[in-house]
Design a protein around this ligand. Structure first.
Ligand SMILES: [Zn+2]
Ligand SMILES: [Zn+2]
Length: 390
């Protein structure tokens, strides 16, 4: 019997679990109900279960055979501060909180894998099931690492999976190398001298300095990066002034920087500071500059990505596994796991095809039809990785 046929009987039960989690979303590091649901489910399967890792994180330990080899499979559990606009029965029961990124589905697929792995035991080694908190901007992955995840549960590689709307349901996209970008933030304040708008020579105008900065910052990508390298500099806020006839004394600008490579990231951070300093000097305004690094880029290792593709082909068929999709400039804290271990983070299509509801949209919902495929992929991946001697 194929892996997917063997997990199909779980579909009804998993759909009920997924909808229950969807109806009870919890924000980053507040996933107490979800973590308890996960831990109880694992314990009911007889799986060794560890709670409270990196806050609300949970790890389950599934052993098969006698090999000392081990891998980690990871799901995220948190929801977003969005008010759901769906009207179906399993819509969010919490005002201002919603599973709009499908982490309810990710958690459920890993719970399904737990059950199937215990039943199948067709791998030789240990599978650590990692249920992490706070993927959405708050850094649950580094919190688990800081709490000793990889020391307490030594593993040779770690794997993640995210649903991807706009890709056919149950198809896979697997990237060798970069899959998601880094996400940094900057805050800039130009302070000049306020004046009557009719007498600009009596003041120092920070608005003109700010406008010059917005223009000049765009030359960083176009003129200082290798054209083959990807980078985004977006100024997303520009606040200054409140009257028609007053030159304000300050202008505040904020934005985000996205890249796939450490050198590009360093260059853009350095370049933004240089541009801001140059603009400040040439316009005679004072500068306050702050650059904060967020999630690093998510970079899949080539060997592990190839093994993921092999497992996905066995589950979904070669015609539904894509290795030529462009990466996304979105960000993902699975990146921190991949800074520590080899591994790969793959996309599973959430349907329909082109168009449809995107992630983080108040009408989004995880597609329950995908559940058996995701579970089968995790099982097949464990078998692929923990069978052949590597
Ligand atoms: Zn998200
Ligand atoms: Zn997400």
């Amino acid at each position: 019997m194929s892996v997917i046929e063997s997990v199909r009987p779980l579909h009804g039960k998993l759909t009920a679990i997924r909808r229950d989690i969807h109806a009870h979303p919890e924000l980053a590091f507040e996933e107490h109900r979800t973590a308890e649901l996960v831990a109880r489910h694992l314990e009911a399967l007889g799986i060794e279960t560890h709670r409270g890792i990196g806050g609300t994180g949970v790890v389950g330990v599934v052993r098969g055979g006698r090999s000392l080899r081990a891998i980690g499979l990871r799901a995220d559990m948190d929801a977003l501060p969005i008010t759901e606009r769906n009207s179906f029965a399993h819509r969010s029961t919490v005002q201002g909180c919603m599973h709009a990124c499908g982490h309810d589905g990710h958690t459920t697929m890993l719970l399904g894998a737990a059950e199937a792995l215990v039943a199948r035991k067709d791998f030789d080694g240990t599978v650590y099931l990692i249920f992490q908190p706070a993927e959405e901007g708050e850094g649950g992955a580094p919190a688990m690492i800081a709490d000793g995840l990889f020391d307490r549960f030594p593993m040779e590689a770690v794997f993640g999976m995210h649903n991807w709307p706009g890709m056919e349901a149950g198809s896979f996209a697997i990237h060798s190398g970069p899959v998601m970008a880094s996400a940094d933030r900057f805050d800039i304040r130009f302070t000049g001298v306020g004046a009557h708008a009719a007498m600009p020579h009596l003041g120092v105008d920070p608005v003109v300095a700010g406008a010059a900065f917005v223009q000049a910052a765009q030359t960083l990508v176009s003129r200082t990066l290798d054209p083959i390298d990807a980078g985004v500099v977006s100024v997303t806020q520009f606040h200054a002034g409140e009257a028609y006839n007053v030159i304000p004394d300050r202008a505040e600008l904020c934005g985000t920087v996205r890249t796939f490579a450490a050198e590009v990231r360093d260059r853009l951070e350095r370049g933004l500071r240089q541009v801001a300093e140059g603009i400040a000097a040439s316009h005679g305004v004072q500068l306050a500059f702050e650059y904060r690094r967020g999630y690093p880029p998510t970079i899949n290792t080539a060997d592990e990505a190839a093994l993921c593709a092999e497992a996905a082909r066995a589950v979904a068929g070669p015609e539904r596994v894509f290795t030529d999709r462009r990466p996304s400039m979105g960000a993902e804290d699975f990146a921190y796991f991949l800074q520590e271990k080899p591994g790969a983070y793959v996309w599973i299509g959430n349907g329909p095809g082109e168009g449809g509801c995107t992630l983080h949209n108040p009408h989004y919902d995880f597609n329950d039809e995908v559940l058996p495929t995701g579970v089968a992929y995790w099982c097949q991946l464990a078998r692929t990785l923990l069978s052949a001697a590597r």
